[in-house]
Design a protein around this ligand. Structure first.
Ligand code: ADP
Length: 392
């Protein structure tokens, strides 16, 4: 954990599963010329190393805690004195009376308000969850170069979003549950749909079905990487004797029924490898979310769908499945796009609510961001140092 001890402020998104925290540190300064090397975690693109550098001011840091371990979050705030030295990157200082007020969103801002007061003497200043998600997404799309990317066939392609042509879009936030929000402008949005089959379902069912062998979410993701969903899923080819059903555009490898093979085989859960179970489950849930998202985009004539939420975790198989679902059902018309700071939309939205100004204009001119592979992006120019797609 990074050492620093003054000049900070923070915002929280306290969700059903995770607490997301964004905090500012002015002691941990950075400049446009500073070069730092940060490497991707080895297993895949999952990275917790997400910081935003405000040139000449300090850094925004991103941290998460499990909601069940809320005491870790309280200890972190207290031991790093996050709330007691409030200064803001735009030099608008907290007044003495504001120092005990922390912007917080998510259900936990209500549920745990008393706990924050009792343990730390902090007042949670509640900000609406949907407002924060949208503000966070708009902020990232406007302020961070190449925040969004597509993922298809193993390739990430970073995109430069035209600020003048950003709206409308569908924002799909995949947390414990899923929210689908039609966004038409700053503070102009409507939650048009959602599904309870989301990240919590994957983790919850995954824990049960793999017999609790995976104690953490990331372990469950790793398991799924080593699995083969064809062992349990019923494919079109299983029904058609290995053939495609080409008349309606279904290849033999298309999943006809998730987990469908388990009915016909005389097997118990223990007879299946946890890896294969995890893989089928991840594919089923990601596919379903991709399809429902596209149907909602279709409802409102939206071509762009941005996916956020901690479920995605930069996980290639998840992103690939969602992208393929959107591409398949839209016949290539709609695009699934992902966000590098996917899990922190709500917390960033809460953070930007400290400022009265439009969040996109807020600090974009002084932003410099460190991509995990060492490429720097400033708020005004293109990323320097590597081609847009590090894998191409
Ligand atoms: P919420 O606000 O509902 O807590 P999040 O956006 O934080 O939603 O996403 C929670 C989901 O993220 C979990 O249900 C799980 O699928 C996934 N997840 C990713 N990383 C983790 C992790 N380290 N611990 C728990 N869940 C994780």
């Amino acid at each position: 954990m990074e050492e620093w001890n003054q000049s900070a402020n923070l915002a929280l998104d306290i969700g059903g599963t995770l607490i997301k925290m964004v905090y500012f540190s002015s002691t941990d300064n950075c400049s446009a010329d500073s070069q730092e090397n940060r490497s991707l975690e080895e297993s895949n693109d999952i990275s917790d190393d997400l910081e935003i550098c405000l040139i000449g001011k300090g850094r925004l840091h991103f941290v998460k805690f499990e909601t069940t371990n809320i005491n870790d979050c309280l200890d972190f705030i207290s031991s790093n004195q996050l709330s007691t030295h409030g200064d803001l990157p735009d030099e608008k200082q907290h007044s003495a009376g504001d120092r005990n007020l922390i912007k917080a969103t998510g259900g936990g801002a209500f549920k745990f308000a008393d706990l924050f007061m009792e343990r730390l003497g902090l007042n949670l200043d509640k900000v609406d969850e949907m407002d924060c998600l949208v503000a966070g997404a708009n902020f990232l799309l406007k302020a961070i170069n190449q925040e969004a990317f597509t993922y298809m066939n193993g390739h990430k392609k970073y995109l430069q979003i035209d600020h003048n042509d950003m709206y409308p879009y569908l924002l799909v936030n995949i947390g414990s549950g899923v929210s689908m929000i039609k966004v038409e402008g700053d503070e102009k949005f409507e939650r048009v749909s959602g599904t309870s089959v989301g990240g919590g379902t994957f983790w919850g069912l995954g824990k049960l079905l793999t017999n609790c062998k995976s104690s953490s979410f990331d372990e469950l993701l790793k398991l799924s990487q080593e699995g083969n969903n064809r062992v349990i899923d019923m494919l079109v080819g299983d029904i058609y004797g290995g053939l495609d059903y080409s008349k309606i555009g279904l290849s033999s490898t298309t999943i006809a029924s998730s987990f469908g093979k388990a009915i016909s085989e005389n097997k118990e859960l223990e007879d299946y490898r946890p890896e294969d179970v995890a893989r089928s489950l991840l594919r089923m849930i990601s596919n379903n979310i991709g399809q429902i998202s596209y149907l909602n985009a279709l409802r409102f004539g939206l071509k762009r769908i941005f996916f956020g939420g901690f479920f995605i975790r930069g996980h290639e198989f998840t992103m690939d499945t969602i992208s393929v679902a959107v591409d398949f059902w839209s016949k290539g018309e709609a695009k699934a796009m992902f966000l590098r700071h996917e899990g922190f939309l709500g917390a960033l939205g809460a953070y930007t609510s400290y400022q009265k100004k439009n969040s996109g204009e807020l600090i974009s001119h002084q932003l410099i961001e460190q991509l995990p592979n060492g490429v720097q992006c400033t708020g005004d120019d293109q990323c320097r140092g590597l081609p847009a797609d590090p894998k191409s």
